[in-house]
Design a protein. Structure first.
Length: 276
């Protein structure tokens, strides 16, 4: 708490999400901002693309220009420096290069990269040529990268069929890009169990699978919650555990909206009288 000319003012930790907009509100920038707010940090955004999508699929993508994305990132860092940065959907090589260059220029810390390649609906969200740039320029800047099984197969170059494969793939990714890896289970490999690999050590985060078909935005939500907790000063292991607890609560609320794979209730723990 600060005092300015006799008036008490407040400071709070901050986080920036660099990602695409989801018009249905369940994933992307919208999910990130809701998650960051519910995890106690001030949320800011730089939008990489507008999407026309709902719970049944993606209908269209309109990218930001590299120059405009650069302006957004600069505007944030030059005024309210973020304590953590989460990066989500970035579909082109040019935009990835812009983000990597700006993160290095501004000396960003606590960078969480969610390697978004395919939407929950199955729509491809990244161009083929962008994957190489993602691997060579952006992931090496990350504190943590959070691939799911298919994404980890792309990053590691190996097939993942069991928990031993998950551990080997996480090791390969971590050593190749010099960052920590949270390899998310699921996809019939490790149920709801996720693997954190960091500097040669690893930990399994065992979770109970929640029978909820509405999982739109789970990856965005998890990575944003981790970034928010890193911004608040929690270590990586604690940040992952807190984020997993948060997303379990959101899924357990069993929100049912839309005709496809619906969103979660990010505000399941909102008890303010303003929310009633």
């Amino acid at each position: 708490m600060l005092k300015t000319k006799g008036v008490q003012t407040m400071k709070m930790k901050t986080a920036l999400t660099i990602a695409g907009s989801d018009s249905s509100g369940g994933a992307g920038i919208q999910a990130d901002i809701k998650t960051m707010i519910m995890n106690g940090v001030y949320a800011m955004s730089a939008i990489t693309a507008l999407t026309a999508q709902n719970t049944t699929g993606v209908r269209g993508i309109l990218e930001s220009s590299p120059e405009f994305l650069k302006q957004q990132i600069n505007a944030v860092f030059e005024d309210i420096y973020p304590d953590a940065v989460k990066i989500g959907m970035v579909s082109s090589a040019e935009l990835i290069r812009t983000i990597a260059e700006r993160l290095k220029f501004h000396k960003a810390e606590n960078v969480v990269v969610d390697t978004v390649m395919v939407a929950t609906s199955g729509a491809r969200l990244i161009n083929e040529d962008a994957i190489d740039v993602l691997k060579s320029e952006l992931i090496p800047l990350a504190t943590l990268v959070t691939p799911n099984i298919p994404e980890a197969e792309v990053l590691s170059g190996m097939k993942i069929q069991n928990k031993d494969d998950m551990l080997e793939a996480a090791r390969i990714i971590s050593e190749a890009y010099h960052c920590a890896v949270l390899l998310k289970g699921g996809h019939s490999v490790s149920d709801a169990n996720d693997l954190l690999y960091e500097k040669g050590s690893y930990k399994w985060f065992c979770g109970k699978r929640i029978d909820n078909p509405n999982t739109h935005g789970t990856g965005c939500t998890l990575s944003s919650a981790i970034a928010a907790n890193l911004a608040k000063g929690y270590d990586l292991e604690s940040s992952v555990q807190r984020a997993k607890d948060y997303i379990s609560g959101a899924l357990a609320y069993m929100l049912d909206l839309g005709q496809g794979s619906g969103p979660m209730n990010h505000a399941f723990d909102l008890n303010s009288h303003f929310a009633k």
